[in-house]
Ligand binder design. Structure first.
Ligand code: OOG
Length: 257
């Protein structure tokens, strides 16, 4: 399977808002190295169109998410400037195929994170953390994929909301215990604490920093890293609202428009 061909199909699916069949069905030989090359080419199309790389996202870093998607290993994707939104903007549903939202912790780095990274070294390199929402939009029919499919699809990256409150890690009592309450149309739909992500959300950033060595990349000062979903995903519907309340980090309300 050619990584550039895969990327071209994903670029077209995103542009036309038309979901495609997962590649692994027809190509059982599709491997992870090819998938990450395809992801790079998919993201390169955005950079060629004038966007900037602003950081990375993790995916499938909590059991909540792994169980929801039936994939049992974490992955990473790349975040570009066109994906970042302000917490009070409605989600423009016409940009997406079938958007879903979930809560995450976002890290803004003050320093590069050199491998081998640990929770301690990530916290030392962090400027501030935010509560965040990941708007996922799989380019695959029915949001169905294997690990290789979703790696190529840039971890279903659609858009990100940063919450209204930024805190230095030492201003919060314990990063593992940031609670999040998810309300759908006002009713509590799920709750979680950020330890759901690999035991500590900074552990996902350390895992990423260590994985990037294989790509010859380093997490840089000024970049954002999104931890991966703390809670399971919720579909966004035009008339509805989904609210994420983070302990100590404010709230984000997502409305479809
Ligand atoms: C895959 C991407 C998962 C997360 O935070 O777990 C992800 C998906 O669920 O579409 O970004």
């Amino acid at each position: 399977m050619d990584a550039q061909d895969i990327a071209n199909d994903l670029v077209a699916a995103e542009r036309e808002r038309k979901a495609i069949a997962q590649f692994s069905d027809q190509h059982p030989e599709f491997d992870l190295a090819t998938a990450y090359r395809a992801q790079k080419a998919f993201v390169q199309a955005k950079l060629d169109a004038g966007e900037r790389l602003v950081g990375y996202k993790l995916g499938l870093t909590s059991r909540n998410k792994q169980q929801a998607m039936g994939v049992d290993a974490p992955l990473y994707g790349r975040v570009t400037s066109g994906m970042i939104s302000t917490y009070d903007e409605p989600v423009r549903l016409d940009r997406f195929i079938h958007p879903r939202v979930e809560s995450e912790i976002a890290f803004l780095l003050a320093r590069d994170v050199s491998p081998p990274a640990t929770v301690t070294s990530v916290l030392a390199a962090t400027d501030v953390v935010f509560g965040a929402v990941d708007v996922l939009d799989s380019r695959y029919e029915g949001f169905r994929f294997t690990l290789t499919d979703v790696v190529a699809d840039n971890a279903s990256a659609g858009a990100f909301y940063l919450g209204p409150v930024a805190r230095r890690p030492d201003e919060l009592p314990d990063l593992r215990l940031i609670g999040c309450v998810v309300r759908v149309d006002g009713e509590v739909a799920m709750t979680a604490a950020s330890a759901a992500v690999m035991g500590h959300p900074a552990a996902s950033v350390a895992w990423l920093a260590n994985q990037l060595v294989a790509e010859g990349e380093t997490l840089r000062a000024g970049q954002f890293v999104f931890s991966g979903g703390v809670t399971a995903p919720v579909p966004v519907v035009a008339a509805g609202s989904v609210t994420f309340e983070f302990d100590g980090l404010g709230a984000i309300e997502v409305r479809g428009a």
